[in-house]
Ligand binder design. Structure first.
Ligand code: NAG
Ligand code: NAG
Ligand code: NAG
Ligand code: NAG
Ligand code: NAG
Ligand code: NAG
Length: 339
């Protein structure tokens, strides 16, 4: 790692006393971080095609393995992924340097110690080669858990939180050509799974276990408006981990729809099993409008939908998913719905 040049940029933020940090290692110093021109968001390209393809899915849909791409180097715990065309993937990840320890009781509303670590944004080429690894928090920052990632055609959107429930977090945006994070809003709860609705210019983020969603309206010349009361997530089939805004869908009467992937851990008579799945979710109501389980696992036995998910549609109109379930040494699994 130290063979590569490091650049340190500290940025001060508009509308906020919080500062973000960028400490980037470029493994391929001459390779661009993002393609030019930048690809459009799902909402402005294939969002409705993804929703249409989703309508054909069911519990018995056969999924075929299209490609397994080994991602080079340490991926820490991957939490979110954005596919910027065929040749760039940006992964949000958390590096943990000290574990959280259960309190075994509730202290200050939470249940464990803060632990320690760093939030990362890592860039990979289409063949899995490592292009850059940006550490976007500072040593000692209590907020270091980097949740799911969204792409709006201009900025990446993410949330960096304390790695414990009912804590604190901030939503950031980052230009993919620099990876410099800019804090957008700070909040008194754990946050992840952010999506940006450019039409309404609102951001929605999920809390610990995706039990609540909070929406902020963004304004060009003033801070985001105070969040409305969180919306309770009525679904307990899976906890959403990473979501992608797909647009205001004609299929669903113009409702704002996101694609989410996730897992739940279910216990029955002392036996633990993991349910993985994907869902189309109404961003405002948090109601899943379509849900499908995915039982495939990685070569290491982890449910494919454990964490990062992105999607595209094949030439034939089939849904393709891009999934990165494993920690530290990761394979990107590209699967396609057939039949
Ligand atoms: C950059 O981030 C790494 C963690 O990935 C950390 O060990 C190192 O101290 C950071 N460097 C600076 C100058 O902050
Ligand atoms: C909570 O319990 C676990 C298991 O018994 C133990 O390892 C841990 O240290 C306890 N936490 C604290 C803060 O005492
Ligand atoms: C709980 O909050 C209080 C007040 O902010 C603080 O002094 C205390 O250290 C916190 N306790 C723990 C275990 O973090
Ligand atoms: C979150 O923590 C606050 C205190 O910091 C407490 O009042 C509240 O009940 C907690 N909420 C939940 C859902 O645990
Ligand atoms: C979710 O938000 C509601 C308010 O809408 C609150 O009562 C509840 O405690 C929150 N649940 C969690 C798990 O944070
Ligand atoms: C990809 O990995 C999965 C899980 O180990 C395996 O079943 C599949 O055959 C692999 N597919 C390809 C195209 O290598």
């Amino acid at each position: 790692m130290m063979l590569f040049p490091r650049f340190l940029i500290l940025s001060t933020l508009a509308f906020s006393q919080f500062t973000a940090s960028l400490n980037i290692t470029r493994s391929k110093p001459h390779a661009a971080l993002a393609p030019s021109p930048l690809p459009p968001s799902h909402a402005h390209s294939d969002g409705e095609a993804i929703i249409t393809a989703f309508q054909t899915l069911g519990r018995t849909t056969p999924w075929t393995w299209v490609q397994n791409i080994t991602f080079e180097g340490d991926t820490y715990e991957p939490e979110g992924i954005v596919r910027l065309g065929a040749d760039r993937y940006i992964v949000s990840a958390g590096e943990y340097t000290a574990p959280t320890v259960p309190y075994n009781k509730t202290i200050n509303g939470t249940d464990r110690t803060a632990g320690a670590g760093f939030a990362h944004l890592i860039v990979f080429g289409g063949d899995g080669s490592r292009i850059a690894d940006a550490t976007v928090t500072r040593e000692g920052d209590i907020e270091y858990h980097n949740g799911g990632l969204d792409w709006d055609g201009e900025n990446l959107w993410g949330a960096i939180a304390q790695y414990r429930p009912n804590s604190t977090a901030y939503v950031y945006k980052a230009d993919p050509t620099t990876l410099e994070p800019k804090t957008v809003v700070h909040y008194d709860d754990h946050l992840g799974g952010v999506v940006h609705d450019k039409t309404l210019n609102s951001i929605t983020a999920l809390n610990w276990g995706s039990r609540n969603a909070t929406t902020w309206h963004l304004h060009p010349h003033s801070p985001p408006s105070a969040p409305a009361t969180p919306v309770r997530n009525p679904s307990f089939y899976i906890d959403y981990q990473d979501c992608k805004f797909l647009g205001h869908s004609p299929t669903y009467s113009g409702r704002p729809i996101m694609l989410c992937g996730g897992v739940s851990t279910l216990v029955s008579n002392g036996n633990v099993f993991y349910l993985g799945g994907i869902a189309l979710v109404d961003v405002e109501m948090m109601v899943p409008v379509s849900e499908v389980p995915i039982t495939l696992t990685s070569a290491r036995g982890v449910p494919l939908t454990q964490n990062p998910i992105d999607a595209s549609v094949s030439k034939e109109g089939s849904l393709r998913l891009y999934l990165l379930p494993d920690q530290r040494e990761s394979t990107l699994y590209v699967i396609e719905a057939s039949g």
